[in-house]
Design a protein around this ligand. Structure first.
Ligand code: NAD
Length: 474
């Protein structure tokens, strides 16, 4: 069985007491790998290594071009190891290999390349003053970054944190989710192979509460915490950070509204709406899990949508033909199926599959206050609700504690802009889904997060902007 260790100060290692845990393949429901199980002592070692690499090492003191070249070499190695990285995520959490290899690994490499280039090319403010002074901004690395990641896009979301932190000269302790540890260790091995110095990217394995996660986020030597995961965990981590006044960036849960107007291109709306809820078996923070369809096209839309949902290929995630695999773990399967045991509403298609599979599930007539309609299910379950006017659609979409994203399908340009302006969500996609420009702000309103990352927004978080004011002698 494969073993994945912590990577601390440039070495892959066991925990001090040698404890390990199994990573379960959700398709076979058998362990496929063993992983070092860290806790407070290993968190201490990892933060000590990152602290030393930041305070004394070359990484924060390197020029952007030199650092950027090493990050590009790292991205090259990620591409060269696509098969290994993709299979690690597929075995850890049941993600279809075609997505892991075709989307997640290339996007991880792109994240590294983008932030390396963005940092090297970034402009800073120069402020000529009327008083005979001149002010300018320097963006200094923030220090030691604790990056705590979820299991749904393991490598890709870890790279979204690690890439800007590295590019701006920080050192990092990455704690991957306990369900998806493998690709993080492989990534850290590749960082060392690329020539990124020891102690710059450390990986710490373990659980969250009373384990590696809490020890890491409570450590006062950490300068930034970037967290992606559940809103409840975000609240706990923010509490820990508050004690040390450590700035936190939170990318949390979602319950995305997807508005299909009668004037939409229905073929395109059905196609994107299927992707929006059934990609990664619905285990997507951005999932379009609340579909609202204008009544005039409801019947036609549902007919096509249900047919497309039933046509998705369910199977072994290691098979390139598979479009929907099992849910990531038994615990998560139990949570998702709990929503289907007493469905509030009528199930048009879907339900339980084999093993930990939940088939693409479409529910109509769910009451507005039912858990299936209001809570983040994080599975392949969508509710479909009719609406009669633009105002009603906007009100329904905004009726959620979450505000991560929303989708609008319409051919009416003015309506698209008008509705986008009124939706309380961090990303609005019109006639598309999941398309990203890495310069754009990414994050959520309300319970969906705190702060934004992406482009200059990542620079704000991963640096300490410093004002330098100079007197100019006459
Ligand atoms: P989770 O909150 O259970 O765990 C996320 C990470 O936090 C894991 O590494 C876990 O070990 C760690 N953790 C848990 N408790 C902790 C604690 N007390 N202290 C420190 N660390 C702790 O989330 P999950 O189940 O892994 O991920 C699913 C959630 O993530 C969903 O709510 C989803 O919407 C959200 N998500 C959000 C985004 C986004 O960009 N907004 C992206 C992906 C996933």
């Amino acid at each position: 069985m494969e073993f994945f260790g912590h990577v601390i100060d440039g070495k892959e290692r066991e925990s001090l007491d040698g404890r390990r845990f199994d990573s379960i393949d959700p398709y076979t429901q058998e362990p496929w790998a063993q992983v070092a199980l860290g806790g407070a002592p290993e968190a201490d070692l990892a933060v000590t290594a990152a602290r030393k690499a930041f305070d004394e090492g070359p990484w924060p003191r390197m020029g952007f071009a030199e650092r950027g070249a090493l990050i590009h070499r790292f991205a090259d190695l990620i591409v060269e190891h696509s098969d290994e990285l993709a299979m690690a995520d597929t075995r850890d959490m049941g993600k279809p290999i075609s997505d892991a290899k075709g989307k997640d690994v290339p996007r991880a490499a792109q994240n590294f390349r983008f932030f390396a280039d963005h940092a090297r090319l970034a402009m800073a403010e120069a402020l000529p003053m009327d008083t005979g002074h001149h002010a300018y901004t320097r963006y200094e690395p923030a220090g030691v970054v604790a990056a705590v990641a979820p299991w749904n896009f393991p490598l890709m979301l870890e790279s979204w944190k690690v890439a800007p932190a590295l590019a701006w000269g920080n050192t990092i302790v990455l704690k991957p989710a306990e369900d998806t540890p493998a690709s993080a260790t492989i990534m850290a091995r590749l960082a060392l192979e690329a020539g990124i110095p020891a102690g710059v990217l450390n990986v710490l394995h373990g659980y969250g509460p009373d384990s590696a996660g809490s020890a890491l986020t409570e450590d006062p030597r950490v300068d930034r915490i970037t967290f992606t995961g559940e809103s409840g965990t975000g609240r706990i981590i923010t509490g820990a950070a508050a004690k040390n006044l450590t700035p936190v960036s939170l990318e949390l849960g979602g319950k995305g509204a997807n508005l299909v107007f009668a004037d939409a291109d229905l073929d395109s709306a059905v196609d994107w709406s299927i992707k929006a809820i059934f990609t990664n078996a619905g285990q997507v923070c951005l999932a379009g899990s609340r579909l609202y369809v204008e009544r005039g096209v409801l019947e036609e839309f549902l007919e096509r949508f249900v047919a497309a949902a039933e046509a998705l290929v369910i199977g072994d995630p290691k098979d390139p033909a598979t479009q929907l695999g099992p849910l990531a773990s038994q615990e998560h399967y139990t949570k998702v199926t709990g929503y289907l045991e007493t469905p509030a509403g009528k199930v048009l298609t879907g339900g339980l599959g084999e093993g930990w599979v939940v088939k693409p599930t479409v529910v109509v007539d769910a009451p507005a206050d039912s858990p299936i309609q209001c809570e983040e299910i994080f599975g392949p379950v969508v509710t479909v609700t009719p609406f009669d006017s633009e105002a009603e659609a906007v009100t329904a979409a905004n009726d959620s504690p979450y505000g991560l994203n929303a989708m609008i399908f319409t051919e009416n340009l003015s309506r698209a802009h008008r509705v986008a302006a009124q939706l309380r969500a961090g990303t609005i996609w019109t006639n598309c889904f999941f398309i990203r420009d890495l310069r754009a702000p990414f994050g959520g309103f309300a319970d969906s997060g705190w702060g934004r990352e992406g482009g200059n927004f990542s620079r704000e978080f991963f640096t300490e902007p410093k004002a330098v004011v100079m007197a100019i002698k006459n």
